[in-house]
Ligand binder design. Structure first.
Ligand SMILES: Nc1ncnc2c1ncn2[C@@H]1O[C@H](COP(=O)(O)OP(=O)(O)OP(=O)(O)O)[C@@H](O)[C@H]1O
Ligand SMILES: [Mg+2]
Length: 258
């Protein structure tokens, strides 16, 4: 049997706050298969974004292991880590904060193609146009500044940037949370299309269990840095077994009506 695309075991991250030490992430283990979506849900402060930052190696853990694409991801450094980063991309809630708002759309998409040596200078404009079309935008958006386009368009640009390097895993932290309901639905459809066609796996962080139920294969529900419950997304959202899962469902009006 082949090993999972991403496998996390015993992951732990401590933060010091006001003289006390708290475990933002406390001995967490999970895995994601190629082409699969694992959602992380849970209340504010339960450690979801810390998991995202650990998996992306934006922060280093105090304990635990991360295997990615069959390698000890925590042991990588320098050029090896930079090259693997092409296979592991991210989309955050607010692309205005993630990108220079004055940069053009073309610039935001040109960066990964240039940095990872994916296309020559001459070929990059065509590649950028193709990426824009792939995420449902028109190439005439290329010269516009990030701050001039709509929130939904910006999130499509963020997705285009994430797929530019042909990743096997994308970490999405509340990536659709700031969008209105109809735009959110369109972006979720786009993500599902991309996953079907490119076999991309998603680590999909969301506090919205309706969204989790719509997009994820499996879900892990977090509580105070630990996994309280994990399983098939629909099964867990429809009939949570943990107290925190039941509280989250009770707090999601759209689900209660269904
Ligand atoms: N850089 C940091 N320094 C100190 N404490 C931190 C830091 N980052 C996170 N924490 C703490 O770690 C815990 C987990 O935070 P995290 O951001 O991972 O939660 P979250 O589940 O993403 O919450 P939200 O749903 O509000 O985004 C919280 O108690 C938070 O205050
Ligand atoms: Mg968060």
């Amino acid at each position: 049997m082949s090993s999972p695309l991403l496998s996390v075991s015993g992951l732990t991250k401590w933060y010091r706050r006001g003289g006390k030490t708290i475990a933002a992430v406390d001995n967490v283990s999970f895995h994601i298969e190629t082409g699969e979506t694992l959602a992380l849900a849970g209340p504010s402060g339960s450690g979801k974004s810390t998991i995202a930052r650990l998996v992306l190696r934006l922060v280093e853990p105090d304990a635990g292991r991360i295997q990615f694409d069959g390698e000890d991801f925590l042991a990588l450094g320098g050029a090896a880590l930079r090259s693997r980063r092409a296979r592991l991309q991210m989309v955050f809630q607010d692309p205005l904060a993630a990108f220079n708002p004055r940069a053009t759309v073309a610039r935001v998409l040109d960066d990964p193609l240039r940095i990872h040596g994916i296309a020559s200078r001459l070929k990059r404009p065509r590649r950028i146009a193709a990426l824009l079309e792939r995420v449902g935008l028109t190439p005439d958006l290329a010269p516009r500044a990030i701050h001039e386009i709509s929130g939904g368009q910006r999130q499509r640009v963020a997705i285009a940037r994430a797929i530019a390097t042909k990743p096997s895993l994308i970490v999405l932290d509340e990536a659709v949370s700031a969008l209105d309901v109809s735009v959110r639905g369109q972006i979720l459809h786009l993500l599902l299309d991309l996953q079907r066609e490119e076999r991309i796996a998603y680590l999909f962080i969301s506090h919205d269990l309706g969204v989790v139920r719509a997009i994820a294969h499996r879900v892990a529900i977090f509580d105070a840095g630990r996994i309280a419950e994990t399983g098939d997304a629909r099964t867990v959202v429809d009939a949570p077994q943990s107290a925190i899962g039941q509280a989250l469902v009770a707090a999601t009006p759209r689900l209660n009506r269904a």
